[in-house]
Design a protein around this ligand. Structure first.
Ligand SMILES: Nc1ncnc2c1ncn2[C@@H]1O[C@H](COP(=O)(O)OP(=O)(O)OP(=O)(O)O)[C@@H](O)[C@H]1O
Ligand SMILES: Cc1cn([C@H]2C[C@H](O)[C@@H](COP(=O)(O)O)O2)c(=O)[nH]c1=O
Length: 211
C-alpha cells in the first residue's frame, strides 16, 4: 500500500475535530489527495453503529459489547473506505482509530490492553497509522470545554464519570510512551491557533516531500 495513514487521538474535548477542520485547507495542498474521515463511522453502516454506541439512552450496552461494536464499525470503515484510498496512494486522516479502543475500552473500561490489541488486530489485519497525533489535555479542562461549548451534544461516552476520563488520559500517555516513533504529542490546552500551528508544523516536517 503506498498511501499515508494519519490518525488523530486524544481525550473527549481535546479539540481533534476542530483542529482537523482548521488544518484541512492547508493539508489539501498536499501533492496527494486527502481523505478526511472519522471513527466510529466514516461509512454508512459504521455511522449507524455510531448512533447506537453513542446514544445516551442505550445504557444496556456493557463494556464488552461496546468494544465489539467499535471493532465492527472499524472493520467496515477500513474495508470500504480506508483501504481503497490507501491502495490508491491517498492520504487518509482519521479522527480516532485503534488507539481509542485501547485508551477507552482497554484502560477506561478496564478490559485490559491485551484483549483490545488482539481485537484491533483481528478487525484491521494489523493496519497501523504511519503517524498518530496525540492531543493531550488535562481531564477537567477537557470536560469543561465540552460542557461549556457543546452541552447540547453530549454523548453516552461524554457522560461517563470523570474517573473514567482520567483513566483514558493515563492510558493514552502510556500508549504514547510505548511507541515514540509513531506518536507525536501536541499540547491541546493551548489556544486553538497555537494547536493548529503546532499540528501543521509536525505534518509539514514529517511529510516534507509531500507538500
Ligand atoms: N484550543 C482550544 N481552546 C479552547 N476551546 C477549544 C479548543 N479546541 C477546541 N475547543 C472547543 O472545545 C470543544 C471540543 O472540541 P472538539 O469537539 O473539537 O474536541 P474533540 O477532541 O473532537 O472531542 P470529542 O472526541 O469529544 O468529539 C469545542 O466546542 C471546541 O470549539
Ligand atoms: C473509535 C472509538 C471511540 N471511542 C469513543 C471516544 C468518544 O468518546 C466517542 C466518539 O465520539 P467523537 O465525538 O467522535 O470523539 O467514542 C471509544 O471509546 N472507542 C473507540 O474505539
Amino acid at each position: 500500500m503506498n498511501g499515508i495513514l494519519i490518525s488523530l487521538e486524544g481525550p473527549d474535548g481535546a479539540g481533534k475535530t476542530t483542529v482537523l477542520q482548521e488544518i484541512l485547507p492547508e493539508i489539501q495542498k498536499m501533492k496527494r489527495e486527502v481523505v478526511p474521515t472519522r471513527e466510529p463511522g466514516g461509512v454508512r453502516v459504521a455511522e449507524e453503529i455510531r448512533q447506537i454506541i453513542l446514544d445516551p439512552k442505550n445504557t444496556e450496552i456493557d463494556s464488552k459489547t461496546e468494544l465489539m461494536l467499535f471493532a465492527a464499525a472499524r472493520r467496515l470503515h477500513m474495508q470500504e473506505k480506508m483501504l481503497p484510498a490507501l491502495r490508491a496512494g491517498k492520504v487518509v486522516i482519521v479522527d480516532r482509530f485503534i488507539d481509542s479502543s485501547v485508551a477507552y475500552q482497554g484502560y477506561g473500561r478496564d478490559l485490559g490492553v491485551e484483549v483490545v490489541d488482539w481485537l484491533n488486530y483481528f478487525a484491521t489485519d494489523g493496519l497501523k497509522p504511519d503517524l498518530t497525533l496525540y492531543f493531550d489535555i488535562d481531564t477537567d479542562v477537557a470536560l469543561e470545554r465540552i460542557m461549556k461549548n457543546r452541552a447540547d451534544e453530549v454523548n453516552r461516552l461524554d457522560l461517563e464519570r470523570a474517573e473514567m476520563h482520567r483513566k483514558v488520559r493515563e492510558g493514552y500517555l502510556e500508549i504514547v510512551a510505548k511507541e515514540p516513533g509513531r506518536f507525536v504529542k501536541i499540547d491541546a490546552s493551548q489556544s486553538l491557533e497555537k494547536v493548529v500551528a503546532d499540528t501543521l508544523e509536525v505534518l509539514k516536517k514529517r511529510f516534507v516531500s509531500e507538500f
